[in-house]
Design a protein around this ligand. Structure first.
Ligand code: NDP
Ligand code: 8X3
Length: 251
């Protein structure tokens, strides 16, 4: 069955990978993000290939706009089957006692409160229909802190707890809840983390073949298409030469 899949942060990296892979799977897409021009380019790219795409431009931190956009969906798009809570970021890599208040606020408001907003807006419909799937993009960083990761790791640890909590809260329904925890994925992530320092960002992926957004999207599509009685609760996906969040073997 064609599903309606809403992806947050669909303009780059893992979110863009999910857009392309769910499109290949024959699903209808609601792509959301802040960059209207990129969303339009991606909409055109996928529409040409026969995918039905709706775009919504909003920042997940803007609860009012998010609410207007989601509640304003037409009947054709309202019954969302899969919510991919992907929008998120790391900012900075410093000791906790030297971190930036602004960076902390942005990470908490995006990775946590943004995810909660989208969940709160979309899951009631899933529960009412007794059908749906929430896929949260957590991280290996949520399993254990690594040096200087402090607040980012804490947000992803909270994503794990919120995912587990939601799964319990909908266990009396057919709604499924998945936490995908990627390791090292080469996207715009490190460029954002280092505030545009491209050289520092490139070093993160030196000497190891990292994962791609498509690798993570494959897992999301698999989870969404598992038989109805199968709930992929949590998946940790690492690059082959990565042992944990802090052990990376570079050659
Ligand atoms: P990218 O930077 O490539 O993509 C992040 C996406 O999130 C972009 O589309 C970005 O949009 C969007 N976004 C960020 N902030 C907001 C916001 N406030 N409102 C709406 N959209 C927003 O990084 P990734 O693809 O790697 O990151 C996606 C998710 O994967 C994140 O949650 C990240 O924590 C997680 N992750 C990443 C890993 C990695 O190694 N790359 C590993 C584990 C987890 P814009 O272009 O407008 O900023
Ligand atoms: C992104 C992966 O290890 O850089 O969540 O934090 S890591």
């Amino acid at each position: 069955m064609n599903k309606i899949v809403l992806i947050t942060g669909a303009t780059s990296g893992i979110g863009l990978g999910c857009a392309r892979k769910f499109a290949e799977n024959g699903d209808k897409l609601i792509l959301t993000g802040r960059n209207e021009q990129r969303l339009e380019e991606i909409r055109k790219e996928l529409t040409v290939k026969g995918t039905k795409v709706q775009t919504l431009v909003f920042d997940v931190r803007d609860r009012e706009k998010a609410t207007l956009c989601v509640n304003g969906l037409s009947e054709e798009w309202r019954e969302i089957d899969v919510l991919v809570n992907n929008a998120g970021l790391a900012l900075g890599l410093e000791p906790e006692y030297e971190g930036s208040f602004d960076d902390w606020d942005t990470m908490i408001d995006t990775n946590l409160k943004g995810l909660l907003t989208m969940t709160r807006l979309i899951v009631p419909g899933m529960v009412a229909r007794d059908r749906g799937h929430v896929i949260n993009i957590g991280s290996v960083a949520g399993d254990a802190a690594y040096a200087n990761g402090n607040v980012y790791c804490a947000t992803k640890s909270a994503v794990k707890t919120l995912t587990d909590g939601l799964r319990l809260d909908v266990a009396n329904t057919a709604v499924r809840v998945t936490n995908i925890k990627p390791g090292l994925v080469e996207t715009n992530f490190s460029n954002t983390r280092f505030h545009g320092d491209k050289e520092r960002a490139a070093n993160v992926y030196k000497g190891i073949k990292p994962l791609t957004g498509d690798d993570i999207a494959d897992v999301a599509v698999y989870a969404a298409n598992a038989p109805a009685h199968v709930q992929i609760a949590e998946v940790l996906v690492l690059a082959t030469h990565q042992g944990s969040g802090s052990v990376i073997v570079r050659k």
